[in-house]
Design a protein around this ligand. Structure first.
Ligand SMILES: Cc1ncc(COP(=O)(O)O)c(C=O)c1O
Length: 380
């Protein structure tokens, strides 16, 4: 596939080339839809951004306030307790043993996704290409742009052109995937990376939300050449606290954690203390899974009531819905006008997503039931 961003052009002496202009932030483009949805009684129900709405466990919130960890600088890599808790969770939930020294904290995973190509490029300046799934979370492409790299989307591993593989700094995989909810063959991704000498960065922030098969991590296929990214944002409804970690290949984790220490990335001490409690508990995750499962079913029924084909996904908490005539903006407008919901047009996730909308089931049950009632869908 063709790169979506060109290589940076070196400035010629004396010229004043045009620099980077941040594009409009995707979700800021939904204001008109919000206004339309807001005209319905009960107001707009925003299902555009995948931000959790349910409370984190009380013990986690208590740890935030009672850690006594706010005075000094926290370790950039994460406290020993943080790293042990994260490693313990991987072991307990996914049967993967990682030494806490091969794991480091990040400030939620978005900054890590956006920043890692830049750090990798400093180390391997001869490589200038970031490979990422063609329908995906927009920050993979943005991270390439911010590093002055080519952002090259791929449909599947076999379709990656040899010259792109030769220039690749890293390959992103995302399983379960945002926005499609699909699961990827992580063994194949790890093998591809090893064959081509390209680090595979595996964004696994939805790993706890699979609906028929157990969650899987790339780390099950060995750490060589791979780094898995995990987040407490979705797992424990802690998106506002900003806590995640990355783990895997000792050389890559060692390099990234050293660079990030120099650059001053630190998860705040109280957040690290809260993360220890969150990683130690699975009951709240099981309860959250039940909530999302119920909401997916309800919103899929709501879509079908409009004559739109809609299946629930294998994983994650998004419905990826094809617009009947391929016009996603038209479907988004219809959903705003008739159901009072705001959804994301699929072009936010790449040109190949342009015929779909993404529906994030991240509003409380009573708000989703309001949507269902507006469409005449039973709610029990
Ligand atoms: C695929 C994917 N990766 C990473 C993130 C970032 O999550 P956070 O920075 O809260 O860990 C998101 C958030 O929606 C996401 O969908």
């Amino acid at each position: 596939m063709t790169p979506v961003t060109p290589s940076p052009v070196p400035p010629s002496p004396g010229s004043d080339p045009v620099g980077f202009e941040p594009p409009p932030y995707p979700y800021d483009r939904l204001d008109d839809l919000r206004k339309v949805a807001d005209t319905l009684e009960g107001g707009a129900v925003d299902l555009s951004i995948g931000t959790p709405c349910d409370p984190p466990p009380a013990a986690v919130v208590a740890a935030l306030g009672g850690s006594d960890a706010e005075r000094g600088y926290p370790p950039s890599m994460g406290t020993p307790a943080f790293r042990e808790a994260a490693a313990g969770w991987l072991d307990r939930r996914f049967d993967v043993a990682i030494e806490p020294g091969r794991l480091a904290a990040c400030v939620g995973t978005k900054e890590m996704v956006a920043g890692t190509p830049h750090w990798l490029r400093l180390r391997r300046p001869g490589r200038d290409t970031v490979l990422y799934p063609h329908i995906s979370y927009p920050t993979y492409a943005m991270g390439a742009t911010l590093a002055g790299c080519r952002a090259v989307p791929y449909r599947d591993l076999d379709s990656i052109a040899a010259p792109d593989a030769d220039r690749a700094l890293c390959l992103w995989v995302n399983s379960p995937a945002n926005p499609t909810g699909e699961l990827t063959d992580l063994a194949a991704a790890a093998a591809w990376g090893r064959r081509h000498g390209v680090p595979v960065l595996s964004d696994e922030c939805y790993i706890e939300f699979t609906w028929g098969t157990p969650g899987r991590t790339i780390l099950s296929h060995g750490p060589d050449g791979v780094v898995a990214l995990h987040s407490l944002s979705k797992r424990s409804n802690l998106a506002g606290a900003r806590a995640g970690f990355y783990a895997g290949d000792p050389d890559l984790v060692g390099y990234l954690s050293e660079v990030r220490k120099h650059a001053g990335f630190m998860v705040p001490g109280p957040v690290q203390a809260a993360a220890v409690v969150a990683f130690g508990d699975d009951d709240h995750v099981d309860a959250q899974r039940d909530r999302y499962r119920h909401r997916l079913d309800l919103m899929a029924a709501a879509m079908r009531s409009l004559g739109v084909e809609c299946n629930t996904p294998p994983a994650a908490f998004y419905l990826w819905v094809r617009a009947p005539d391929g016009d996603a903006w038209a479907l988004a407008h219809r959903l705003a006008a008739e159901a009072g919901v705001v959804v994301s047009p699929g072009e936010f996730y790449g040109p190949d997503g342009a015929a779909h909308v993404r529906v994030a089931v991240v509003q409380p049950d009573d708000r989703l039931e309001l949507v269902a009632r507006r469409l005449g869908v039973p709610t029990d």
